[in-house]
Design a protein around this ligand. Sequence first.
Ligand code: JBK
Length: 269
Amino acid sequence: MRFDVISIFPEYLAPLELSLIGKARRDGLLDLRLHDLRTFTTDRHRTVDDTPYGGGAGMVMKPEPWAAALEAVLAGDSKATDARRPVLIVPSPAGEVFTQAVAHELAEEDHLVFACGRYEGIDERVLDWARDSYIVRPMSLGDYVLNGGEVAVLAMVEAIGRLLPGVVGNPESLVEESHADGLLEYPVYTKPSSWRGRNVPDVLLSGNHGKIARFRRDEQLRRTASRRPDLLDVLDTTGLTKAERATLGELGFDVVDGRLVRRDPDPQP
Ligand code: JBK
């Protein structure tokens, strides 16, 4: 898969040379190229921003360097056609939320291009214009403020890159992890079994695999109910066992019409 990242701080993406993603690049599984937006400017000061029309705080990224950069990246993609357009991902707090499901979807593409905005963002006309040759997807990591798109791109490239065939050595580690089944992961422990007066739960030392599986499932349900009840609201209940339904009941969640609903904690008499 081909990745292009356009940024005024390409050095910000240096960590992509490390670890699993760096190895995947060296192994040729992932062709990732960084582009400095300033090389696409034509003025002496290499200007990439200007004041916003309509007023307001901060600066807006000018359209001309972005168009030149996006055209150059497209020219370097011999396989791009009208039918198979590269996906242009624009990290933005105003984008659709980037989830594991989106990561899986994007991992099926041939070519992803990431446009890192800084300041107040990129002139909106760039996104409209780019739709002629790209599938444009503004994408948000979550509801907080960053200084630019670079950190979001680091996260998205890692999340997508690790799903590509051969990048993660043991593909089993792709299924048994957080969000894979809509629940948070169970807690993990290693040796020593007793550490600073704290013991690993007995059941994990019991060798009883059925009991261990039930314990871990309960811990997943407990954690999810306490930390991410929003995930339970949308959980598919068809596969829930009787034991799981009982645990959820203790946690205040009942199955009603195939959906989990939170029981009223103190109903009015
Ligand atoms: C945020 O992906 N984001 O979430 C993001 C990208 C660029 C700027 C931002 O403030 N939140």
